[in-house]
Ligand binder design. Structure first.
Ligand code: FES
Length: 107
């Protein structure tokens, strides 16, 4: 895999692969993302990474979208497709009921 050109990146998506998130389907989410983001449209602008448990296991599976700092909770494949369609394509977050929290950056 070649290193992405950081200046061209719009988003970095983190998928929790901890025990609870794995038990609740994070691996399937990982492969859905991988398939969608491998398209020419996203390949140079979005990267995905796996992270260890974030301590939010009761909200598993958890996905984080940066630089917006949005932590999504209890994500299903269909919600992930909405994140791709709404958040990654249009910059619109999903409804609050799907958001665990947001991290604000001053930079
Ligand atoms: S395993 Fe994902 S938050 Fe704990």
């Amino acid at each position: 895999m070649s290193a992405p050109d950081i200046k061209n990146l719009n988003y970095h998506i983190l998928v929790c692969e901890g025990k609870s998130c794995s038990k609740h389907g994070s691996e399937a989410l990982w492969y859905i993302l991988k398939e969608k983001l491998n398209s020419k449209k996203y390949k140079q602008s979005i990267v995905q990474s796996k992270v260890h448990c974030t301590g939010n296991c009761k909200f598993a599976p958890v996905i984080m979208v940066y630089p917006d700092g949005v932590w999504y909770k209890k994500i299903t494949p269909s919600l992930l497709k909405k994140i791709i369609k709404k958040h990654l394509k249009k910059g619109t977050f999903l409804a609050k009921k799907h958001i665990l929290g947001t991290i604000q950056s001053d930079t």
